[in-house]
Structures are given as C-alpha cells and as structure tokens.
Design a protein around this ligand. Structure first.
Ligand SMILES: Nc1nc2c(ncn2[C@@H]2O[C@H](COP(=O)(O)OP(=O)(O)OP(=O)(O)O)[C@@H](O)[C@H]2O)c(=O)[nH]1
Ligand SMILES: [Mg+2]
Length: 302
C-alpha cells in the first residue's frame, strides 16, 4: 500500500533593492496579480503574501518593500518591514536587477542583510536586458561574495525561469501543515486591494510630480443586493500644495485615476464597483509613525 506524501509548507521572503522586480516576480509565481507594480521605486510599502499550492506543497512568498539605507522615518519603517519579512521566513530570495550599471547596488543590498538570516537563493532578474557573458560575470561575482543555495536567472516580466523556482521549492520546503486554505492567494483584504489599486494608478499617472507623502485608505464599504459595492476611499497627502497635482485641472486627473482603478477592480471581482475618491491633507503624516496605522498603513502586517 502506498502512503500519500506528507504536506510541506514554507515562507520565502523576496528581498532586493527598490525596483528590482520583487512584486513582478511575486505575481508571476502566484499566476495572478496580488501586488502592485510600477516603474517607480518604493512602490511596495508593506509585506504582501503571494500563496502558491503545488501538489503537496504550499509556498508562501513574502513580497517586501525595497531595501536601501533609509534616512527618513517613513523609509525606516518600510525597510524594517522588509527585514522583518526575512527574519520570519524559512528562506530568502535576494533579487538583483542585472540591468543596473554596475554591481554597487547589489553589493549594498547584500550588506543590508542581517548577519543571521535564513538560507538564501540568488535570483538574477531582468536578464532580457543584458548579454549572457555579463550575466555570467555578475553571477560569479555575487556567488563569491556570499553563500547562495542556488542561483536562478530569470525574466519576471515575461515569466521566464519562474517555473524552475517553483519546482525547486516544491521539495525544498519543510514537511508540515499548510498555513492557508488552498484557494487563498494573498493576505490583503478586498479593502486593501482597492486602496493598493488606486495607489498603483496614482504612481503610474502622476508622473514625476508624484507626492512622496501620498497614501490611500478606505473610508466606507457598502455591498448591495445585486452584488455591487459602493466604495469610498481617501487619498491622504501631507501638504496642501499637493492637492492640485492629485486633482488635476477641473478634477480631470483624479477622475481618470478613479476610472482606471474601478475598471480593474470590476474585472478582478466580477461585479460592479461604484468608486468614490476624495483627497484630504494630513499634515506631515510621514514623519509621525503613530499615524501610520490610523491611515491603514500597517507596515509589518503579513
Ligand atoms: N525588462 C524587465 N523589466 C522588469 C522585469 N521585472 C520587472 N521589471 C520592471 O521593473 C519595474 C519594477 O518592478 P516592481 O515589480 O514594481 O519592482 P519592486 O522590486 O517590487 O519595486 P519596489 O516595490 O518599489 O521595491 C517595473 O516597471 C517592471 O515592469 C524583467 O524581468 N525585465
Ligand atoms: Mg514592489
């Protein structure tokens, strides 16, 4: 008689410099969008789980905010959240953007990791942007600097090399019970997904004028009999001068952002969404950590 193989489960923290492609990789691994992606650095602000079940194994990927040497209070909270993600994980992925000019950033990221950490794999991302010889040179240099259990060369954007990572982890995760139900893809509530979707559109469409101190929180949520929802979200900014940037001429900018976010949410949830966006000023909130939770920013949440 054959016994069914035991279940396996593990947390894998995806670490790396801002903009390295951590959220793109998380989404590619899950096969669905669980974390927002933009071309701007510091898009991800909290730990976001991407949950994948493959045969007997549950792999819980922890997308983290980018690692860099923080100076401002708000940046420190983000970096602490990222490092906390690694601390709590069974394995860490160090994701490197190989298209960066030289390896200075990669070396700095490596130096930011705590001395004691779970085993690491090196993930070289954006291989679509460089020649093979350079890629091999980068791999050799980084492998000489630290011990990596494995090196993967991937293009998260085109999902190249992603399957190999899942195959590797399937037997690598420890034997143990699953932490989440099989159909759960992430840890974010629908309210948080709505706020993140609006924030993504703000990051994408406010171009270079993007106010640094911008965050989105849910004000109210009402579900109707036909399944549709009325959602009121507030965009908080930390300075009055930023209001015209977010609103745009005659409110055109915020209307456009609201339309794009609503369309994406409707597609994702399969029902109608009535989305109302407002803008409020919370003076210098980024400098006041006691306000973070009140504004829906539980950075260490996972
Ligand atoms: N060419 C190329 N671009 C990529 C690849 N992976 C990600 N990108 C792009 O890199 C940019 C940053 O991607 P994100 O996934 O938001 O990066 P991140 O590391 O999560 O960034 P933060 O959350 O800001 O720390 C986006 O414009 C992605 O489309 C890749 O394999 N190739
Ligand atoms: Mg990200």
């Amino acid at each position: 008689m054959t016994h069914p193989s035991p279940t396996r489960c593990g947390f894998v923290a995806i670490m790396g410099a801002p903009n390295a492609g951590k959220s793109t990789l998380t989404n590619a691994l899950v096969g669905a969008k669980v974390s927002i992606v933009t071309h701007k650095a510091q898009t991800t602000r909290r730990r976001i789980l991407g949950i994948v079940c493959k045969e007997q194994t549950q792999m819980i990927f922890v997308d983290t905010p980018g690692l860099f040497a923080p100076r401002k209070v708000f940046d420190k909270a983000m970096v602490e959240s990222a490092l906390g993600g690694l601390n709590d994980a069974d394995m860490g992925f160090l994701l490197i953007d190989v298209a960066k000019e030289d390896l200075t950033q990669a070396k700095k990221t490596l130096a930011l990791l705590p001395e004691k950490h779970p085993p690491l794999c090196l993930i070289l991302n954006k291989i679509d942007l460089i020649a093979k010889e350079k890629l091999l040179m980068i791999s050799a240099t980084l492998n000489a600097l630290a011990h990596f259990e494995r090196t993967f060369m991937i293009c998260a954007l085109k999902e190249y090399g992603v399957k190999e990572i899942l195959t590797y982890l399937q037997d690598r995760m420890e034997i143990g019970p699953w932490h989440y139900p099989e159909d759960q893809l992430s840890n974010l509530s629908e309210r948080q997904v709505a706020c993140e979707t609006v924030r993504e559109k703000l990051f994408l469409y406010l171009h270079d004028e993007l106010p640094y101190g911008l965050t989105v929180d849910a004000e109210s949520w009402e579900t109707f009999r036909d399944g549709s929802v009325k959602l009121t979200l507030t965009i908080y900014i930390d300075r009055e001068q930023h209001k015209p940037i977010v609103l745009g001429a005659g409110g055109s900018q915020i209307k456009h952002i609201g339309k794009l976010a609503r369309e994406e949410l409707e597609k994702m949830w399969g029902h109608r969404v009535h989305l109302f966006l407002g803008v409020k000023v919370k003076d210098k909130w980024t400098q006041n950590p006691s306000l973070y939770r009140e504004l829906g920013l539980d950075m260490a949440d996972s």
